[in-house]
Design a protein around this ligand. Structure first.
Ligand SMILES: [Zn+2]
Length: 247
């Protein structure tokens, strides 16, 4: 178990639906940005156009609304680099197109660290898009983004370069081993979630209460009153030497 007190220079969140990132790692990202000068980026995989119980709402109108809401939420966190891949909500596939898109964004933004949803859960079920986005984020970071051999047209035709991501922190995990103290950032988390107005039926007070309950779950073991919890994967090239590969 580790309490994380450092931050990456550049952090990219790969997230399935508008509001997932703020719920999973919004306070951590905001803390890094404001206290450590981290530069953040959000890759929004779907357009969230099924996220309503309102039968009068059309998918097209909802998708447009959620772009505006996501920009406002990211603005509260401190991120203006938001990329909308606009796959259909509930229709995310581990396809060559999706893998190439996430690889492209990694090569463009060059994150030291990616944040994504843990796709490996054994006890609890989660939304299909959550599993797909987490899996593709990890695969794009390692091995696609660092290898010339994958999506070479991004290098020969688009002017991008291979990029090596050092690690991933996954939220929504059953086995967290890294915790970030978010105590001064509860308001950012509440307000950035509140920016997704089409998804919120609760009051601000109710949301704050729910966030306090969720983020104090590991209080005993961490000693942190409020924390966001992650599982870490460190990408290891093993016997392959990065310098040798890119001479
Ligand atoms: Zn979601």
């Amino acid at each position: 178990m580790e309490i994380l007190t450092t931050a990456p220079k550049r952090a990219m969140a790969v997230t399935p639906h508008p509001d997932d990132c703020e719920g999973g790692c919004g306070a951590t990202l905001s803390k890094w940005i404001h206290e450590f000068g981290t530069v953040g980026c959000v890759v929004m995989c779907t357009n969230g156009n099924k996220g309503t119980g309102d039968r009068e709402m059309t998918p097209e109108r909802l998708a447009a609304t959620r772009v505006v809401e996501q920009k406002a939420a990211s603005d509260i966190v401190g991120i203006d680099d938001v990329v909308f891949l606009a796959h259909p909500d509930g229709g995310l596939e581990d396809s060559e197109l999706f893998r190439s898109q996430v690889t492209r964004e990694i090569r463009r933004f060059k994150p030291d660290l990616i944040l994504c949803i843990d796709p490996y859960r054994s006890v609890s079920h989660t939304h299909r898009d959550h599993r797909k986005s987490g899996q593709v984020a990890l695969d794009a970071a390692f091995t696609y983004a660092w290898s010339y051999q994958h999506f070479p047209e991004q290098i020969t035709e688009e002017g991008l370069e291979p990029h090596r991501v050092e690690q991933a922190l996954m939220w929504g995990t059953e086995e967290p081993d890294v915790f970030v103290d978010i105590r001064p950032y509860l308001d950012v988390k509440v307000d950035s979630l509140g920016a997704h107005a089409s998804q919120m039926s609760s009051t601000r007070e109710e949301r704050l209460e729910r966030i306090k309950n969720n983020s104090s779950r590991h209080k005993e073991e961490t000693g942190l009153e409020y924390a966001e919890a992650f599982r870490r994967i460190t990408f290891n090239l093993g016997s392959l030497d990065w310098q040798m590969l890119h001479r």
